[in-house]
Design a protein around this ligand. Structure first.
Ligand SMILES: [Zn+2]
Ligand SMILES: [Zn+2]
Length: 367
């Protein structure tokens, strides 16, 4: 098989706009597939990489919510065929203890396979005037074509629009999976979600699906709280950013919430939010920058039998969970279309700005 050329948005300098350029895309190896992308979401982890918060060699192609059509498969691949529609998700090794146990988000090789921007052997699939790093989250989807492992390409039915399904690969799966897979929210319970971006709003939708009867969304922006109400929040609270307005949240849930999901990664807010967790309550921590410390008093947690759990990628097995979310969308119970704002791929820098200023909840780029 020969290599092809494809248009990509390349990070050449931290804190600078991505540069559009034609790259050489290597032919898939015997255990890989090549996917022609139809769309890709933009996730906050992409933006963190652009701002240099996370270490990666440059130049690199980011993007990790791609969806498209399989164009070519390596000779050893039997699970996928040309023409399959796929949603790309995070990379995992498939054979370590946690992968084997159904928890690929805690794969022994999670960090290296998702953040080092290369294949496990250190090689790249992209080349421009100089070599360009590929395989961010096993995909690097800010490009018209990607080469990836079939393990992180989830086959989906051809009647679901790929430009709607793409963010299921990370952000939406993370928010929904935290509530459904990690917390296993019980019918009739109370849930508070801090941060009403794409991840938090997905948690709100999932809490409703699980039958929670009190769902509270907390955010800085009134328009996001309006959307949260539309998606199932029974109560909303407009936060000031660092405190949680103890009185207002206590009025909503005087005995504390059964479940809290924090999507903000703001440690002061997390500390305050812990004060609103009920007895035997479960607190899911799904965002935290490296090196940040969280200070909490241990005794109240002990006396209340509370659980604080870190959750990666919604504890989802993508090949199982993504089709389930698609089914819920079809039934009208998981309206992801309300989160999405579309941009042409060439407007990627505009879409990133719209994500950062909050004007787009989930920007999706169409190729
Ligand atoms: Zn593994
Ligand atoms: Zn992500």
């Amino acid at each position: 098989m020969a290599s092809i050329t494809s248009r990509a948005a390349v990070l050449t300098q931290f804190n600078h706009p991505l540069e559009l350029m034609e790259l050489d895309v290597a032919a898939p190896r015997s255990d890989e597939i090549r996917v022609r992308l139809v769309a890709t979401g933009i996730c906050h982890t992409d933006i963190a990489m652009i701002s240099g918060e996370l270490p990666a060699g440059l130049p690199a192609v980011l993007g990790h919510e791609g969806a498209g059509v399989v164009e070519a498969v390596g000779s050893d691949v039997s699970t996928h065929a040309a023409g399959d529609h796929v949603v790309l998700s995070y990379a995992h090794c498939g054979h370590c203890e946690n992968c084997s146990d159904g928890y690929p988000g805690y794969c022994d090789e999670f960090l290296s396979r998702n953040f080092e921007c290369c294949r496990p052997d250190g090689s790249s699939a992209y080349c421009g005037p100089t070599p360009v790093k590929s395989h961010f989250f096993g995909q690097s989807s800010f490009a018209g074509h990607v080469v990836c492992s079939p393990r992180n390409a989830v086959k989906v039915s051809k009647d679901i629009p790929l430009d709607l399904a793409c963010p299921l690969g990370c952000g939406i799966m993370t928010g929904a999976g935290t509530v459904m897979n990690a917390q296993k929210v019980r019918p009739g319970s109370s849930v508070a979600v801090f941060g009403a971006g794409a991840v938090g709003l997905s948690s709100v939708m999932a809490a409703k699906v699980c039958g929670a009867t009190q769902i509270t969304a907390v955010d800085l922006h009134a328009q996001r709280l309006d959307l949260a109400k539309e998606l199932g929040a029974t109560d909303v609270h407009q936060s000031t950013g660092t405190d949680t307005d103890r009185g207002a949240l206590s009025a909503i849930a005087p005995r504390g919430f059964d479940y809290i999901v924090d999507t903000t990664g703001n440690m002061a807010l997390i500390k305050a939010a812990m004060g609103h967790l009920g007895k035997r309550g479960h607190f899911a921590l799904i965002s935290a920058a490296p090196g940040v410390e969280l200070e909490l008093q241990a005794n109240p947690i002990l006396m209340a039998g509370q659980t604080i759990q870190g959750v990666i990628e919604g504890e989802s097995v993508p090949s199982v969970f993504i089709p389930k979310l698609i089914e819920l969308y079809r039934l009208g119970q998981f309206p992801i279309d309300k989160l999405v704002t579309y941009f042409p791929f060439e407007k990627i820098n505009l879409a990133i700005d719209a994500s950062m200023d909050g004007s787009a909840v989930k920007p999706v780029l169409r190729f």
